[in-house]
Design a protein around this ligand. Structure first.
Ligand SMILES: Cc1cc2nc3c(=O)[nH]c(=O)nc-3n(C[C@H](O)[C@H](O)[C@H](O)COP(=O)(O)OP(=O)(O)OC[C@H]3O[C@@H](n4cnc5c(N)ncnc54)[C@H](O)[C@@H]3O)c2cc1C
Ligand code: SF4
Ligand code: SF4
Length: 419
């Protein structure tokens, strides 16, 4: 165990997605020491997995890279990947936090030359692409990963693979004996920016996610649409690579349902509109069906939604999907109660996309320490204790709203830490 002393007023930011990056930068750029920790091997969170951002439809790199550069240039921020909180003791203004750093098996000598991956005979599921393809057990987590350093999955490595990656590295960067490391930091307050996880689609038996390759989630289609994704940007049916002539978007898949997520996930209607543009770009003639309860594209996203609603080859059906039925030809039939036209609406399509909601990560992983949480496990800020939340750890939100709340959280953290 080592001690990394924070000065008075230091702040710990837990979670290095767009919210954590923003909170860390806002606090550091006015002079506070910041420890920014991230459990993944890279910073950027879920935004790094998106193909494009709404409403401007620019690639995620345009938002993330500038933040990475500012972080690299700021000596007040100390960054730690593959790191989680183990325990916190003390009181507001004077906390001692124990952090646990998981082994990456690649040290700071790594130049990201890629020779270890080229030599590695072993493959593992590519979690960045939701397991839709494989990667070698020595890998760069994704194309624009920051830090730009390889990772090794030791569990995924055979004895032969271990020898191959070690001898491929000319920089002495592979260290398969690396151990879990523990450090302590002293901080005045903690900002929780642990974000969200896609709601598990297998929880909804009626939507049959695990029974047909023609049913994917909204995050999976983001990865398919991405040029660096599992299909190199092609939106085709997994399994048989069929080009898409018809597609259905199933809104509120898990959200606004007391058996699953009782709240509205806020972004999935606008995300569907965005994904309609991906489909249209690739298939000008494809039929698009959107099954919804209400279309919620609030405020600034209304204009964006209006354009998509005017698409002549798109049909919007107001009705909650009751069932998806896998068909013998590889397609699926979506069944819903049409609340405007009345009666049952059955629509056969090549591909169905479940607009699964955003669940707070801590609802799935559990909180490492006792936190003030609501019944859905969103973190409620406790300013007296200096435990502050922002972004999707606080509530389901788009990037603009998440970063605004991160700026506000940084301000609060500075106030508590300076007490
Ligand atoms: C299908 C879909 C499409 C979307 N498209 C858009 C869009 O086009 N435009 C837009 O504005 N928004 C979009 N969003 C919403 C956007 O993804 C969120 O607003 C954004 O991810 C919020 O960032 P965050 O930093 O709060 O959370 P996250 O992106 O989830 O980042 C949280 C980070 O914390 C880390 N973490 C979690 N737990 C721990 C822990 N215990 N210890 C350490 N680290 C931890 C995670 O690994 C992650 O890196 C979309 C959402 C969905 C579902
Ligand atoms: S671990 Fe070695 S071989 Fe692999 S990318 Fe880094 S420097 Fe190159
Ligand atoms: S944003 Fe739309 S799809 Fe998502 S939960 Fe709310 S109403 Fe349902």
């Amino acid at each position: 165990m080592t001690d990394e002393q924070g000065t008075a007023g230091a702040i710990l930011v837990v979670g290095g997605g767009i919210s954590g990056l923003t909170a860390a930068l806002e606090a550091a750029e006015v002079g506070n020491d910041v420890f920014l920790i991230e459990k993944n091997a890279y910073f950027g969170g879920r935004v790094a997995q998106l193909n494009q951002y709404f409403p401007k439809l620019c690639p995620p790199s345009c938002g993330l890279e500038i933040n990475f550069r500012r972080i690299k240039d700021n000596r007040k921020i100390r960054t730690y990947t593959m790191t989680t909180v183990k325990s916190i003791s003390g009181s507001p203004g004077n906390y001692e936090v124990t952090l646990e750093i998981a082994p990456r098996y690649v040290n700071s000598n790594c130049t990201a030359c890629g020779e270890c991956a080229a030599a590695c005979p072993d493959e593992i599921d590519n979690t960045f692409n939701f397991g839709m393809d494989k990667t070698t057990a020595a890998y760069l987590p994704h194309e624009m990963a920051f830090p730009r350093r390889y990772v090794i999955s030791k569990e995924g490595l055979s004895a032969e693979g271990a020898e191959a990656v070690k001898s491929a590295c000319k920089y002495n960067a592979v260290d398969l004996d690396m151990q879990v490391q523990t450090i302590t930091v002293n901080v005045g307050s903690v900002v929780w920016t642990t974000g969200w996880t896609p709601y598990d689609p297998t929880n909804m038996d009626n939507l049959k996610y695990d029974q047909s390759k023609a049913i994917v989630t909204n995050m999976e289609i983001e990865r398919m649409a991405s040029p660096s994704g599992p299909t190199g940007g092609a939106i085709v049916r997994p399994g048989d690579d069929k080009e898409i002539e018809s597609i259905a978007f199933v809104q509120c898949a898990g959200s606004r349902d007391e058996n699953h997520l009782e709240y509205c996930s806020h972004i999935c209607c606008t995300a569907t509109m965005k994904q309609m543009t991906y489909v249209r770009e690739r298939y000008p003639e494809a039929k698009i069906y959107v099954f919804y309860i209400d279309l919620r594209t609030p405020g600034k996203y209304e204009k964006f939604a209006e354009k998509l609603k005017a698409d002549e080859n798109a049909e919007f059906i107001k009705g909650k999907v009751a069932e998806i039925i896998p068909e013998a030809d590889g397609g699926v039939t979506v069944v819903a109660e049409d609340t405007i036209a009345g009666g049952k609406h059955q629509q056969k399509v090549d591909l169905a996309v479940l607009a699964t909601g955003m669940q707070p990560s801590l609802a799935v992983d559990g909180a490492p320490v006792e936190l003030n949480m609501d019944s859905n496990s969103f973190v409620v800020p406790d300013f007296d204790k200096g435990m502050i939340s922002a972004g999707c750890a606080k509530k389901a939100a788009d990037v603009v709203t998440a970063t605004q709340s991160s700026t506000a959280a940084a301000l609060k953290a500075i106030q508590v830490s300076g007490r």
